[in-house]
Design a protein around this ligand. Sequence first.
Ligand code: ADP
Length: 159
Amino acid sequence: MRAIYPGSFDPVTNGHIDIIKRASMLSDELYVAVLTNSDKSQTFSVEERLRFLESVTNEFPNVKIVFFDGLLIDYAKKINADVIIRGLRAVSDYEYELQMAIANKKLCQEIETLFMVSDSKWSFLSSSLVKEIAMFGGDLHGMLPDFIINEVEAKVRRR
Ligand code: ADP
């Protein structure tokens, strides 16, 4: 099975890494795909986000880091993906995720969306929360890898 796990990953957090690890065990090949559509509103550039992901996934041999723009379903078809992986943290994720999953199914019958439930350890965690905590000088340890914490703090400081 070839899976694609798409997202902004701005930046990747321990919650994403947990999903990547678990999804890579379920699939033969896992493409972690960085969406570059609306790059202007992102904190980290595509290059930075790809570099972070490359570095946190180099221990997983069947994980490939890629980027795409345009429609996810077109990219998923292009790489012959069987499934789209998304993470669910709380009920609040569900509405949006359901809408996307149904729309993607309408656009392509053959590709299924699989939801993986966030580990309760990470269900509070999001990239935007991390950036907000950094902005006010909070401690990010345990929420994302240390080298990314340094980059987040440096980026926030420059702003
Ligand atoms: P997007 O902008 O596409 O939602 P994100 O990078 O925020 O991109 O998230 C990508 C995917 O990872 C989404 O399916 C999201 O629900 C999931 N995700 C984000 N944070 C966590 C977390 N802490 N635990 C599990 N899944 C997560």
